[in-house]
Design a protein around this ligand. Structure first.
Ligand code: ADP
Length: 477
């Protein structure tokens, strides 16, 4: 049994801005189920949705600041969570990283540097809890300084750093380095320095014993200039320490048989009941109730990564096809505006919900026929897996985790029962619209479509499989 300190800036259901939280909510539980002694550590944001007891564990003074460590549990689980409580840095409402306009909090470097220092102190049991970590598993740039600072310790735990998205690197002006009081040995070109900036993510990439990312294809992609953001050389150099492990999904939360958000539960034997969910979705979306036309859906942050511009370019042509389009998302204001304009033009074909809405996300997965995910890059992606579980056929671009989790419907894969979606390669509106047409055609063949839905619903996307791979990795260090 290993003692694992799992360091993260978000974990569902305590707080979530994206897929990182899904992973950090699920993987620790899956590792606990494999009998590992795992604890999470994360900042005590005001917006945190803790359930049950939160107790005071200890206090410490770090960088001239008073910090409390609080202890609670992951909701509906025994996994212990340590909360780094520093009111000045974390006790304000809203998003952990940005203000309401989406601008990064101006002191993010100080906030997460403090968080990293506290995680190091806890990992080494300098808080006297009789619990010293064997493995410290860090996630994304917010935790990147942990492997770096730990590398300077003699008797230290092994470190793992997981890249959930290379696009977010935690870059700050070099002039901030002094005020962060970081050990001087870390500040050089082969350390935390990157193009004369302080790079938090480099702390993980340079100093962690092992680097993981969230799909095998993304592990290869980030070693190329297109996806590496200038760090491809470093990642290629560390190739032996780098591995891709696909994320699982929470099979309980995203289970059409038991989902309490949806109108009618269903499984592969009662797939026809998906129609009831479709009618419910159409009703909630104020679209005409029509069981015949396919409902095409998209749930996403509205950012360039997700290929939203390509979808916007395709929409006028999509509107000439017999389909309805349901979109739930929030993000880039320009995309939001263009989508609003289109939704106004086609009120009985497009339903647009701007905002974040967990319940509606489930309603959409249950009721839609086709799910769009034309990402330019996608480290792993979750929605294409949720979709398959709900018999909603995904159209995805062949990149990262999308390439690893969706099998394109071509004659061979349809024949051998492995097809679960439509996959296209080039990131262009023209190629996307061809893929949509291909899906529309497949949809007209009801028997083949039903078979593909059932094959998709039976795929094993459980966390257990992924957690076993992480455990093997911990054991190999
Ligand atoms: P990313 O982490 O890049 O945003 P993922 O597909 O890995 O993309 O994970 C996104 C997660 O956030 C999924 O659980 C998805 O359902 C959810 N999500 C994204 N936007 C919304 C929204 N507007 N409302 C509800 N859930 C959303």
């Amino acid at each position: 049994m290993k003692k694992i300190l799992f360091v993260t800036s978000e974990a569902h259901p305590l707080i979530k801005t994206g897929g990182l939280a899904d992973v950090c909510g699920s993987l620790p539980k899956a590792l606990a189920e494999l009998s590992q002694d795992i604890r999470l550590i994360m900042p005590n944001y005001k917006a945190l949705k803790t359930k049950g007891d939160v107790r005071f564990l200890c206090s410490l003074r770090i960088d001239n600041r008073d910090v409390n460590i609080l202890e609670t549990r992951m909701p509906d689980s025994d996994v212990i969570v340590w909360l780094v409580d520093c009111a000045e840095f974390f006790n304000y409402p809203g998003n952990p990283y940005t203000d309401e306009q989406g601008n990064a909090w101006p002191n993010n470097d100080e906030r997460f540097a403090l968080f990293c220092r506290v995680a190091v102190v806890c990992a080494l049991d300098r808080i006297n809890q009789d619990w010293k970590a064997d493995i410290v598993h860090c996630n994304d740039w917010q935790t990147g300084l942990v492997p770096a600072i730990l590398s300077l310790e003699d008797d230290r735990p092994a470190t793992v750093f997981t890249i959930h998205n290379m696009a977010y690197q935690g870059l700050f002006p070099a002039s901030h380095v002094a005020s962060l009081n970081l050990p001087g040995q870390l500040w050089h070109l082969d350390g935390l320095e990157f193009n004369n900036m302080l790079s938090f993510i480099k702390g993980g990439l340079v100093y962690a014993d092992r680097i993981t990312t969230v799909s095998p294809t993304y592990a290869l992609e980030i070693q190329t200039p297109e996806f590496g953001y200038g760090l491809e050389g470093l990642l290629t150099y560390r190739n032996d320490a780098l591995v891709g492990i696909i994320n699982g999904i929470d099979m309980d939360q995203w289970n059409p048989e038991t989902d309490t958000y949806i109108s009618k539960n269903f499984d592969i034997k009662t797939l026809a009941k998906k129609q009831i969910n479709k009618a419910d979705l159409q009703k909630k979306s104020a679209l005409p109730e029509n069981g015949q036309v396919p409902v095409v859906a998209l749930i996403s942050r509205l950012v360039e990564q997700k290929g939203i511009d390509m979808v916007i370019d395709c929409l006028p042509e999509m509107m000439t096809m017999p389909m309805q389009f349901v979109l739930l998302g929030a993000g880039d204001k320009d995309y939001e505006k263009r989508l609003q304009n289109l939704a106004r033009l086609y009120p009985d074909k497009i339903a647009l919900t701007l905002g974040y809405n967990e319940a509606l996300a489930h309603t959409i997965e249950a009721g839609a026929d086709i799910f769009l995910m034309p990402s330019r890059f996608e480290p792993c992606g979750l929605n294409q897996m949720y979709s398959q579980r709900y018999g909603t056929i995904p159209i995805v671009r062949k990149t990262g985790g999308l390439a690893d989790t969706v099998i394109d419907a071509i004659p061979e894969t349809i024949a051998d029962g492995t097809a679960t979606g439509v996959v296209f390669s080039e990131a262009s509106a023209g190629t996307l619209i061809e893929a949509i047409k291909r899906a529309m055609l497949l949809y007209t063949n009801r028997d083949a479509w039903n078979k593909m839905q059932i094959d998709a619903m039976q795929k094993d996307f459980s966390w257990q499989r992924s957690a076993e791979q992480y455990l093997a990795l911990y054991n190999s260090i």
